[in-house]
Design a protein around this ligand. Structure first.
Ligand SMILES: [Zn+2]
Length: 420
């Protein structure tokens, strides 16, 4: 494996919003669009590429979209786990203007009267637009979030489908309750990225959601958050409200300082469904996710990003192996070992590097070996399947002379042992 070309681009830079060198023009359905990269943490195949798409903005409303996008991007400063893990993200804005106000590329509509926030859109048209922009820019989107130039409260997402749509959410009543574009965005990404369900007890239309989700239990004796559950905590039942009644917004909810138990009212059911903590962004009543939703999102980040890469360089006395990680600072543990090959001196050197937590080790193998480096996230935010926080990167090292011997042996010119 040669030193990859991208080593130099692995840097975190939250570029100023606006038109810079990082803008790629593209054409779609006879219109001129632009893709602007505003946060670049790593190469596309390592990072989680989030594409924020403008819909319903005219060419003259670019500044309005930039302001709305800035509100969405506060996610990476204010909402966990996005803020702590922003080093795993690349963020791109896609702007394709519409001809006149009220028109949308995705045929967005609200199928139900207010206060319903449900939005419908043409997902094939979304994939065509995002595909055109990202292919032109040379990467693939992992997560797509559309902001529609509509003031009425709105948001919709497919659970685990990695696509969500929100309005600008300028509805004064909702904003008063704390439900601004930032928190509606976080809520919809909870659905689309984290596979999370609602934690509200119900809505005015009696929708119901029985499917398995990490953040709703339908059996008190068997919750998806057993690892978090304080069985000694008193069983909490939220005060029941009339269906459709607004849930008050709770400021200052700290998930880490709040016991984890069973709170009745979740998955759009008032009874027979429980959530882990009293408040959560998935209940639309707080500015923080509960511990269970935060865990699900961290696991989803590990599923879609590869936060480690190994590079090698020839140096005096051997080969220098360096591992780079995009995990939050102070949160990565690195272990080295010999995955294949016999080389006791090398194995001892790798053990010593692991004990020292070294990110770089110089090796001089005497034959063909495979060196493995495992980077593990030590976050306290995951208690469930911690194996999903480990990323193994391997490199095969083959001294040139050994390779020559192998080839000659393959050609039948020499026999006997290979390796020296
Ligand atoms: Zn939650």
């Amino acid at each position: 494996m040669k030193a990859p070309w991208w080593t130099a681009c692995a840097l975190l830079a939250l570029a100023a919003l606006g038109r810079g060198q990082d803008e790629v023009p593209f054409q779609h359905e006879g219109r001129e669009g632009a893709l602007t990269t505003v946060l670049r943490s790593g190469p596309a195949w390592n990072a989680l590429d989030l594409v924020v798409v403008a819909d319903g903005y005219t060419a003259g409303e670019r500044a309005r979209f930039d302001a709305d996008a800035r509100e969405v991007l506060r996610l990476f400063d204010e909402v966990e786990p996005f803020a702590r893990y922003r080093g795993l993200f690349n963020v791109h804005l896609v702007f394709l203007p519409v001809g006149r106000r009220g028109e949308t590329h995705l045929q967005v509509r609200y199928p139900l009267p207010p206060p319903s926030n449900r939005m419908e859109f043409d997902v094939r048209r979304l994939h065509a637009l995002v595909g055109r922009a990202t292919v032109t820019a040379g990467f693939g989107a992992d997560l797509v979030h559309v902001v529609v130039n509509q003031d009425r409260f709105g948001g919709t997402a497919h659970r685990g489908g990695r696509v969500s749509v929100v309005s600008r959410n300028r509805d004064a009543r909702n904003r008063q309750h704390g439900l601004d574009l930032l928190l509606v965005t976080a809520h919809e990404l909870g659905h689309s990225l984290g596979g999370l369900t609602e934690e509200r007890p119900g809505d005015e239309h009696g929708h119901d959601d029985h499917d398995h989700a990490p953040n709703a239990a339908f059996d008190r004796a068997n919750t998806p958050w057993e690892a978090w559950l304080d069985r000694d905590a008193p069983l909490a039942t939220s005060r029941q409200r009339p269906p459709g009644a607004a849930i008050p917004f709770t400021r200052g909810f700290d998930p880490d300082a709040t016991p984890v138990g069973l709170h009745e009212g979740a998955a759009l059911r008032a009874r027979g469904a429980w959530r882990a903590q009293p408040h959560c962004i998935m209940r639309s009543d707080a500015a923080s996710f509960c511990v269970v939703c935060r865990e699900a999102l961290v696991l989803a980040l590990h599923e879609h990003a590869r936060p480690a890469a190994l590079t090698e360089a020839e140096v005096e006395g051997g080969v220098a192996l360096s591992v780079e990680t995009w995990l939050p600072p102070g949160q990565a543990v690195v272990r080295w070992d010999l995955a294949e090959g016999e080389d006791p001196a090398l194995a001892a050197r790798l053990d010593a590097a692991s004990a020292a937590g070294a990110r770089r080790v110089v090796v001089a193998p005497t034959g063909r070996v495979v060196v493995r480096c495992v980077v593990e996230d030590t976050t306290p935010w995951v208690r469930g399947d911690r194996a999903r926080l480990q990323h193994a990167v391997v490199v095969t090292l083959e001294p040139a002379a050994a390779a020559t011997t192998s080839l000659r042996e393959a050609l039948g010119e020499v026999g006997g042992s290979i390796g020296r």
